[in-house]
Design a protein around this ligand. Structure first.
Ligand code: GRF
Length: 199
């Protein structure tokens, strides 16, 4: 029950959700700690943001590896070195192999900018507008081999407002993402800690 759940955050870009997780984990009562940030793009803005926040961050240029197995093996080495028990995908723009997902079964979370199971995949804000939806939002879910289809941990809803464009709608959803992801991580980390207590 004791230690906080060591968590690796995988990013590809600006890392605003990563920053929200780091910020939440600054509180020592938060049940997870961010042990490592990994990016498949060494130039990702989120790497610098993590370092400025005092979190270990590593860029592994996916293009420099022979293939996905080699890249994922390198991620596993870094995650093991950081003693990570849990992974949060936060704008990580690469599809993980079934083998990687299996290795981390029940231990990978993702945040997706839609109310899953609706609008899996990319360009969710554009599609929500094109379909004339009244409501939109974000979902934190466990990652399985099926893209954006694993068990849902938490969701947050926002209204689609008259005059919205994709950017305005994305910004409204993002505010909720930054609230929801730390909350969902805390829920899962508490469950992992409770499981440890039962061992
Ligand atoms: C977010 O909209 C998230 O839902 C999606 O990718 C975006 C990442 O943004 N998976 P950021 O890098 O966390 O700012």
């Amino acid at each position: 029950m004791t230690g906080r759940v060591r968590t690796g955050v995988l990013i590809s870009g600006r890392g605003s959700n990563m920053s929200a997780l780091i910020e939440a984990a600054r509180n020592k009562d938060f049940p997870a700690e961010i042990a490592l940030v990994l990016s498949d793009k060494p130039q990702a803005a989120g790497i610098r943001a993590a370092q400025l926040a005092g979190v270990a961050a590593l860029g592994l240029d996916a293009k420099r590896f022979a293939g996905k197995p080699e890249f994922e093996a390198a991620m596993n080495v870094a995650l093991a070195a950081a003693e990570a028990e849990l992974i949060c995908l936060a704008g990580f723009m690469r599809i993980l192999s079934p083998a990687f997902v299996e290795r981390w079964r029940g231990r990978i979370l993702n945040i997706h900018p839609s109310l899953l199971p609706d609008l899996r995949g990319l360009q969710t804000h554009e599609r929500a507008l094109a379909e004339g939806r009244a409501e939109h939002g974000c979902t934190v879910h466990f990652v399985t081999a099926d893209l954006d289809a694993g068990p849902i941990v938490a969701q947050a809803r926002v209204p689609v407002l008259p005059g919205d464009d994709a950017d305005r709608l994305a910004a409204r959803v993002l505010v909720e993402e930054h609230r929801l992801y730390p909350e969902a991580l805390a829920t899962v980390a508490r469950a992992i800690r409770a499981g440890r207590g039962a061992e």
